[in-house]
Design a protein around this ligand. Structure first.
Ligand code: SF4
Ligand code: SF4
Length: 386
């Protein structure tokens, strides 16, 4: 257990030596010309007695100038984590030699298998993995189960297992073929996630209105030193080169999408705790248990329209259309400002009227506190690789 009291996600650079087609941001394969100085970073982190976990991400952190020296400086007092494509052998070897695994939280290595095959760099990945693993680091190899990768996933898992590398499937969060993921994975894919229970919490929740400690104990830093409240809420709290004012306490989330680790920082009431558990179970293929968790939500908050809606979606899938209609009606009546509930109600009405042309299905709601959603809520079709 690493002993830190604050954490930061540092988006070090937009540059990357890979060019994955599905990357959420167009990364340039260029040198980084204006890195943050060690001095200004350490001045900020060492100001108080705080011990930080600095999660370094990008782009590709290992292309950062003097990256290994930077890690050496940081790990004297703080802890680090790294998100990497694990491609730069020379730098990875130096990292393995100079940095103590006891100061490093997990190293997350994304597989990006198609990009790697294109570059003939699969063996390079395997070698770099073992360089770090042999030195005592914990490496989590993530495989984003984009819908286009579903077919080849089992073969890839078997191949890397034969090479001593366990794979962790990560849900794709975004829109593909007009369907929202991870909600719309097939039951086969959900069964894959069943062996990885935390995968079920890796979805984009809407925590609007829920108190969250981001901005207080969790922040995001941009390449130029600007501090945002978190990856999802870009409220500027300052810049490490000038002044940074962190929040004194947890404050309500103000955005519709939490693409980050908000689940670790929000203060949920019992109804919301059960709701999150229901979503986790749903995404790992345990639909009956998910329905029970949503019913528990309703025991604590009978007007939790997202729980009503989601039980309605299960009823619809089980062809219990009349029951689904009642549930969507209740959800819509409690919170008519949420278009999703109205949309689901229209779908089930059309189904009951025998409209065979209908190809859309009711959607699960990920709104954790629907009572505060007092605006036209809609999901932005953004893509994410994580
Ligand atoms: S997905 Fe990762 S490895 Fe691929 S281009 Fe984007 S940052 Fe680089
Ligand atoms: S819930 Fe997520 S998006 Fe909202 S403030 Fe917390 S970390 Fe940020």
């Amino acid at each position: 257990m690493l002993n830190y009291n604050k954490s930061m996600i540092w988006n070090m650079t937009r540059n990357c030596n890979f060019q994955c087609s599905y990357c959420y941001f167009p990364h340039k394969n260029e040198k980084i010309t204006n890195p943050i100085t060690f001095e200004s970073l350490l001045n900020f982190l060492n100001k108080n007695d705080d011990v930080w976990l600095v999660g370094m991400t990008g782009g590709e952190p290992f292309i950062y100038p003097n990256f290994v020296s930077l890690c050496e400086q940081l790990t004297k007092k703080h802890f680090i984590g790294v998100d990497t494509n694990l491609s730069l052998s020379k730098e990875i070897k130096a990292f393995a030699e100079k940095i103590s695994p006891s100061r490093v939280n997990d190293i997350y290595a994304s597989l990006h298998i198609e990009e790697r095959e294109k570059r003939n760099a699969v063996q390079n990945f395997i070698d770099n993995y073992h360089t770090l693993a042999d030195a005592g680091f914990t490496i989590k190899v993530n495989y984003v189960l984009h819908p286009t990768m579903e077919a080849r996933y089992p073969k890839d898992v078997a191949f890397f297992k034969d090479n001593g590398i366990p794979i962790t499937p990560r849900p794709f969060k975004g829109i593909y073929n007009n369907l929202k993921y991870p909600q719309n994975y097939s039951s086969e894919i959900k069964n894959i996630f069943a062996d990885h229970p935390t995968a079920g919490t890796k979805m984009v929740f809407n925590f609007r209105g829920v108190d969250c400690k981001s901005g207080q104990t969790f922040i995001r830093m941009e390449p130029d030193g600007t501090i945002f409240r978190c990856p999802g809420d870009r409220t500027v709290l300052g810049n490490i080169h000038e002044n940074v004012n962190l929040y004194a306490c947890a404050t309500p989330c103000n955005v519709n999408r939490c693409p980050c680790q908000g689940i670790n920082y929000v203060k949920l009431n019992p109804a919301e705790g059960w709701f999150i558990e229901g979503m986790r179970l749903f995404l790992t293929g345990a639909e009956k248990n998910a329905a029970n968790a949503f019913r528990q939500t309703l025991l604590y908050d009978s007007e939790h329209s997202s729980a009503l809606n989601n039980i309605g979606v299960f009823a619809y899938e089980n062809k219990n259309y009349a029951h689904a209609k009642r549930l969507f009606e209740q959800a819509h009546n409690f919170h008519p400002q949420v278009p999703l509930f109205k949309q689901n109600l229209e779908i089930v009405k059309n189904t009951l009227e025998g409209d065979k042309q209908l190809s859309i299905h009711p959607e699960i709601s990920e709104i954790v506190r629907p009572s505060v959603v007092n605006y036209e809520y809609s999901v932005t079709p953004e893509q994410s690789t994580e």
